[in-house]
Design a protein around this ligand. Structure first.
Ligand code: AMP
Length: 211
């Protein structure tokens, strides 16, 4: 089953995707996580991506699609994959649908998490992430304490969670990413899910939308 989990930055895609992928038994492929891994390793791709990420802009389509192909072309993704943060532009969406078409595969489900802008700004500006394992916290709703509660790593604010970058990310979402839904909707019915509430409540809604 190929699933796209869609939504604005800060809509909780990452949190939900980890659990969903494990329950569906498919790999969780999050382009933001892959870029951050490259950044940490200071690979050529990481160096290139950094400028865009720090400004809240999209990494160019060709680079992103090549990176995704390297991942979803691996055998573990053949039975299906859960995509989180991809596609994020109309060109990426068309590329993905063509790529699946060429392999006799298809998009099965799209779940779109809906969260108002004001809530997104509040979530992202208060978000803190572990530099080692990526676990996320919130300074008010889920304070991390001194160190990461999962692995003991250092907990910091992501560069792109700073207030001025969050505004740019929202703008990028509205301009480049929101139109993706129209492209995906040409193939499957997009299931919109209210992304406000407890993690468990939102998960239950996503699960209901998928089944
Ligand atoms: P995320 O963790 O999904 O919010 O992604 C963090 C940043 O990585 C984004 O703001 C973009 O700069 C970059 N990025 C992640 N996914 C994509 C994508 N599909 N296309 C282009 N850039 C991306």
């Amino acid at each position: 089953m190929n699933v796209v989990l869609f939504g604005p930055p800060g809509s909780g895609k990452g949190t939900q995707a980890v659990r969903l992928a494990s329950e569906l038994g498919v790999p969780h492929v999050a382009t933001g996580d892959i870029f951050r891994r490259h950044l940490k390793e200071r690979s050529e791709l990481g160096v290139l991506a950094r400028g865009y990420m720090d400004r809240g802009q999209l990494v160019p389509d060709q680079v992103t699609c090549d990176m995704v192909e390297t991942r979803i072309g691996l055998p573990d993704c053949a039975p299906g994959v859960l995509l989180d943060g991809f596609p994020r532009s109309v060109a990426q969406a068309r590329w993905l649908l063509n790529w699946w078409d060429g392999r006799g595969a298809k998009l099965d489900k799209v779940v779109s998490l809906v969260v108002a802008d004001q809530a997104i700004v509040e979530r992202l500006s208060g978000r803190r992430s572990c530099v080692s394992c990526g676990a996320t916290y919130h300074i008010v709703h889920n304070p991390p304490g001194e160190r990461c509660q999962v692995c003991g790593g250092e907990v910091v604010q992501r560069n792109d969670d700073r207030a001025e970058v969050v505004q740019e990310r929202l703008e990028t979402y509205r301009r480049d990413t929101a139109p993706v839904l129209g492209v995906l909707a040409e193939r499957v019915v997009v299931q919109s899910v209210d992304g406000v509430g407890t993690i468990d409540a939102i998960y239950a809604r996503i699960w209901a939308a998928l089944s």
